[in-house]
Design a protein. Structure first.
Length: 329
């Protein structure tokens, strides 16, 4: 369900539109310590260009060499690497790992356009490939569904890009946005203050000049969405948090010391939020890595967002007692 797989499909579609023959290669099963999990995807062009990865090593080189030597697969078929210990070592599969792949020709890319359109609407989409016929069908999917392959049918789930909404367009937001883009987040910055609006010029991001609570509602936040309030202004942060905490967003956090966080939670309790919804708020925001500069604070925030996304216990939170000046995050 990695959104990077959507980039692989987009590139495969574009190559096909340019007149190239294209094959999709999917990891369907692994044994031992194989480098890439089932569902990992690669697109291979008829001249040997590739996008994506199925092993991160020599398997890609072998697939490229097969194509350059004239191999042309006309229907879905399986390939297995690392059957013997020697072959596993040759293809960079550690500990005797084995890798089983399905390679399929991309004949009609129309399903890719539909899949990209549906995931752009933040839908989860299941793609089913019937190996004997090569038929591809798309169907609704649910969060948590795993990749499946029974020897005849391959089913993979594709989700939308992870999305980060930042409230506030200050220096910290710029650092956070740049790092989030590197991690393939869709980044939206919301700040109604005109003096910030005119100076936001970060390529690859979207600027929303409306009131933050209105923008939260307009985005229709889903479980692929994270929200961080970074202005230190309750008039901007609190109303956005009020709506975000009622949404399915997987992460909602706010900048501020422990004292500020406690005051914020007291204010939020005056509205129609349950105790469980208020307790979803991450604050002080970020993991405790001794952050001081905007870049360091951005690292700590993104580390916490990724940990929550991956259901990892937040073991490196800030201590309960804070001495000295209130921590800025």
């Amino acid at each position: 369900m990695d959104s990077l797989d959507l980039q692989v499909l987009r590139q495969a579609r574009d190559w096909r539109a340019e007149g190239h023959r294209v094959w999709l290669v999917t990891v369907v099963e692994t044994w031992g310590s194989a480098p890439r999990p089932p569902g990992a995807l690669l697109a291979l062009r008829d001249d040997g260009l590739v996008v994506g990865s199925v092993s991160g090593g020599c398997v890609e080189d072998d697939l490229i060499e097969r194509v350059r030597q004239g191999e042309r697969v006309d229907k879905p078929s399986e390939i297995r690497y690392g059957v013997s210990k020697e072959e596993a070592a040759r293809f960079g599969l550690p500990c005797g790992g084995t890798l089983r792949l399905v390679q399929e020709p991309l004949t009609d890319p129309a399903w890719i356009d539909e899949l990209l359109t549906r995931t752009a609407r933040h839908e989860l989409v299941g793609r089913r490939l019937h190996l004997p016929t090569g038929a591809v069908t798309l169907e609704p999917a649910r969060r948590g569904e795993a990749f499946a392959f029974d020897g005849q049918t391959l089913r993979a789930v594709f989700g939308p890009r992870w999305r980060l909404l930042m409230i506030g367009a200050g220096q910290l937001s710029r650092a956070l946005a740049q790092m989030a883009l590197m991690l393939d987040f869709e980044v939206i910055c919301c700040d109604p203050r005109e003096e910030f609006n005119t100076t936001w010029d970060l390529p690859g991001t979207r600027y929303a000049p409306g009131m933050p609570d209105d923008v939260v509602l307009e985005l229709e936040l889903d479980p692929h969405s994270a929200v961080v309030a970074l202005t230190h202004d309750p008039k901007l942060d609190d109303m956005a948090l009020l709506e975000a905490l009622k949404s399915p967003a997987f992460y909602v956090g706010a900048l501020g010391s422990r004292a500020n966080t406690a005051s914020r939670k007291q204010r939020l309790a005056l509205f129609d939020l349950s105790a469980d919804e208020i307790n979803r708020l991450h604050g002080p925001i970020g993991l405790d890595i001794g952050s001081r500069t905007p870049g360091e604070i951005a690292v700590s925030i993104l580390a916490e967002i990724i940990a929550v996304r991956n259901s990892v216990e937040l073991r490196q939170k800030k201590p309960v007692e804070v001495t000295g000046p209130a921590c800025s995050i």
